[in-house]
Design a protein around this ligand. Structure first.
Ligand code: HEM
Ligand code: HEM
Length: 208
């Protein structure tokens, strides 16, 4: 069973986080570009330069998003941790699906605005698509933080350094019995603390 994301999947995840952050946060020039472009006004060189960088990065996001989707089909993904309640598991899956959809449709809308001067595409690009992307990012990061600090699973590790051999075994052990991971982690060492010979000794002295 797959226990972590492959190295190419991890590299693509973090590379896309950087590119998306750039296009979302360094977008002031795009506001000015949109006003001038759709108002049929001349565009100063620095704004045109910033718009070209935005468009190039946006197209890279589209290509990398498609590549990542192919990798997902070929290599698969690790299963949701057993500790996650079914409703939140569904929300996480929906959130990942919506991310992949937005990696494709948001750049396509940008292309419609930039190359074809389509104002409906521009409106969607800077309206509901931008809002949805921010919402998904907020939900996603909140979910990761709950896993890391509340359920104490190794979900973050499988997208960063990879899970260690020990946590692999604990995760698989918990999934096999479909028991909450935290409960298994707490119970396992106490149950196995005393060797069988010591437990026999205890039983004998109790009988005396
Ligand atoms: C997922 C990738 C992308 C993200 C996250 C993104 C994000 C943004 C943001 C945040 C804005 C500014 C919104 C505002 O003023 O509040 C914007 C505007 C714009 N973007 Fe993108 N963008 C992406 C891809 C693209 C692509 C691939 C192109 C073109 C090839 C593009 C073309 C534009 C244009 C023309 C505007 C100005 C639209 C207007 O103001 O009417 N974007 N984008
Ligand atoms: C622009 C921001 C981000 C985007 C678009 C994004 C997107 C995604 C997507 C689509 C997946 C699902 C991968 C798949 O199943 O194929 C994922 C998984 C993951 N992301 Fe992010 N992510 C972002 C930011 C972050 C941040 C800031 C963190 C860390 C705090 C993070 C941690 C993770 C982890 C741990 C997983 C694995 C979840 C699991 O195993 O079920 N992500 N991310």
């Amino acid at each position: 069973m797959k226990t972590e994301f492959s190295i190419p999947q991890r590299v693509l995840h973090w590379l896309m986080v950087v590119l998306l952050a750039f296009n979302l946060l360094a977008s002031d020039a795009m506001g000015a570009f949109g006003r001038l472009y759709f108002g049929d006004q001349p565009i100063p060189g620095d704004i045109a330069f910033a718009a070209n960088i935005h468009a190039t990065i946006g197209i890279a996001i589209l290509v990398l998003g498609l590549l990542r989707l192919c990798l997902r089909f070929v290599q698969g993904v690790p299963p949701s941790p057993a500790v996650e309640p079914p409703l939140l598991r569904f929300v996480a899956k929906l959130c990942h699906f919506a991310f992949y959809a937005i990696f494709i449709i948001m750049p396509l809308a940008g292309i419609g605005a930039f190359f074809f001067k389509n104002s409906a595409a521009a409106f969607a690009h800077i309206g509901w698509m931008k809002t949805l992307l921010w919402l998904l990012i907020g939900l996603h990061v909140a979910g990761v933080l709950v896993h890391q600090f509340y359920w104490k699973t190794d979900v973050l590790k499988r997208m960063t350094s990879g899970v260690s051999g020990r946590s692999d075994r604990v995760t698989l052990f918990a999934q096999q019995f479909d028991q909450p991971l935290v409960a298994r982690q707490v119970q396992a060492p106490t149950a196995m603390k005393a060797p069988p010979s010591a437990r026999m000794g205890e039983a004998r002295s109790a009988m005396r």
